[in-house]
Design a protein around this ligand. Structure first.
Ligand code: C5P
Length: 238
């Protein structure tokens, strides 16, 4: 596989073409951002950790029957993924109140929700990724009703699998964000990354944050914390 030209540069990843049009070469960056890029820092080691954690999680999800774009890791900071047309929606699943949910609705962080809550955000930096309802998604032509239903089902299935995974390493999955893409034939696959950048993870015993809130809230260095998540996953085995 040959790494070709850069075609996308996001806040946390660069994507390159390869000699196979169905395969994309993803490079995880050391950049951390918050507040839609207003807060920005270089954090050595972050790219490597998120590349490894995402590889582990996506492989785990495959064992649970959740197909995804991950093919294989090719270096400490790089992985091969399937080429997809990304659906510009961020799908957030919440098990416990935190973050924007707590702020918007005035619910204390840490309150367990009776059932998972799914939210959709329109991926558009110039609009600050607004939350959208089904009618907005239909109006914008982002997904059909059938696809939306599929995204909800997939999000809940991913939530179940991730809760099980993190529970096995003494971590509570508070909430997370996922993205999806379409293959050429329209099949929807889980895409992007699943890492402490995209999940809220609290230590089961101490409620300590093991995620990007450490960075967002200036609580310290994320590298040892992300490393702790990776260590627990690796100790768990395949
Ligand atoms: O900030 P908020 O509470 O809406 O975030 C919900 C979840 O989605 C968190 O786990 C957060 O890390 C993730 N998220 C993300 N990328 C965004 C917004 C939220 O990964 N742009």
């Amino acid at each position: 596989m040959v790494k070709g030209t850069l075609f996308y540069e996001g806040k946390a990843k660069k994507l390159f073409r390869t000699n196979d049009s169905a395969v994309v070469w993803a490079e995880y960056l050391n950049q951390a951002t918050a507040l839609n890029g207003v807060k920005k820092d270089q954090i050595n080691g972050k790219g490597e950790l998120n590349n490894q954690i995402t590889a582990y999680v996506f492989d785990f999800l495959k064992t649970k029957g959740i197909n995804n774009h991950f093919i294989k890791r090719v270096s400490s900071t790089e992985q091969l993924i399937q080429s997809l047309a990304i659906i510009p929606l961020e799908v957030v699943v919440r098990n416990v109140a935190a973050g924007s949910f707590s702020k918007r609705l005035g619910i204390a962080e840490g309150k367990i929700l009776d059932q998972p809550i799914i939210e959709f955000y329109y991926k558009d930096d110039s609009l600050d990724d607004p939350m959208v309802i089904d009618a907005h998604i239909t109006y914008l032509g982002l997904a059909s009703d059938q696809e939306l239903e599929q995204l909800r089902q997939l999000a809940l299935k991913i939530n179940q699998a991730l809760k099980e995974l993190f529970d096995s390493i003494e971590i509570v999955l508070i909430d997370f964000k996922v993205e999806f893409g379409r293959q050429k034939d329209g099949t929807i696959l889980l895409a992007d990354e699943i890492s402490p950048d995209t999940c809220r993870l609290w230590d089961k015993k101490t409620n300590e944050h093991l995620d990007k809130d450490i960075y967002r809230r200036d609580l310290g260095d994320i590298v040892p914390v992300y490393q702790e998540v990776l260590n627990r996953l690796e100790k768990r085995g395949k």
